[in-house]
Design a binder for this molecule. Structure first.
Ligand code: V4E
Length: 219
């Protein structure tokens, strides 16, 4: 399992020019994401993000700093850290643990577990699609395990992310340091949090869901 440490940024023309000078473009791809939750938002209110991308299931769950001594407004507060679970039985187990008791009970009998080509487990866990959009992504590498993605979502939002993948239990502070260096090279000055695609999607299309996540300090 890997942990994705990342910082989002708004890519100005100047930043793009610098990126094209100092980075290596490793390709462009397009993908469609579908995100799932219960009607009571039991997953997203816990900052759990279940999605299907290119036919594969992924669950992103937040990673806490063990000895987190982050200075406020430092790189740590700009970076998010999420564990990426891609093993479907593991995803199912994690999701089942957080959905409400009534649903859990209903799943107890004749439980066979999910399979990649059968999505009936979604209905059993009361999961419905609450967001779907397509992204065109251009990726660059800066070396040292630093990847930069420039995303254009089909609902009109553009955002960049600097990301470093580390193994679970790996050195988050080292990853944050690499991200800080990359941000400096790209001339990113601001210290304010930049919205992700989901923030903008929910704020625009599902303001009630968005308000609940804001109130729960997920966004
Ligand atoms: C973790 C998360 C969500 C799931 C989507 O994550 P994100 O990295 O924004 O999407 P994407 O398409 O870049 O995924 P990748 O290809 O890198 O795996 S939706 C909301 N969150 C939480 C979150 C947050 N609280 N704040 C910020 C700035 N981003 C994400």
């Amino acid at each position: 399992m890997s942990v994705e440490v990342e910082r989002k940024f708004i890519c100005s023309e100047d930043t793009l020019k610098t990126l094209e000078e100092i980075g290596v473009c490793v390709g462009q791809r397009q993908f469609h994401d579908q995100y799932f939750d219960t009607p009571e938002f039991e997953l997203t209110l816990r900052d759990l993000w279940l999605r299907k991308r290119k036919g594969c299931w992924e669950l992103k769950s937040p990673v806490d700093m063990v000895n987190g001594t982050e200075e406020p407004n430092g790189e740590g507060s700009l970076c998010t850290r999420y564990k990426e679970i891609t093993d479907l039985p593991e995803i199912y187990k994690t999701v089942k643990e957080v959905v409400n008791e009534a649903v859990k009970e209903a799943c107890k009998d004749g439980e066979s577990g999910p399979s990649q080509d059968d999505d009936s487990w979604l209905g059993k866990l009361n999961l419905v699609c609450f967001a779907e959009f397509t992204t065109v992504r251009r990726s660059f590498t800066l070396g040292g395990g630093v990847q930069i993605d420039l995303d254009q979502a089909d609902f009109g939002y553009r955002v960049g992310e600097i990301e470093v993948l580390i193994p679970e239990g790996g050195d988050v502070q080292c990853a944050q340091e690499k991200i800080r260096n990359a941000a400096q090279k790209l001339g990113l000055a601001g210290n304010e949090r930049v919205e992700g695609k989901m923030d903008v999607y929910l704020r625009t299309y599902h303001p009630e869901h968005y308000a609940k996540l804001l109130a729960a300090h997920v966004f």
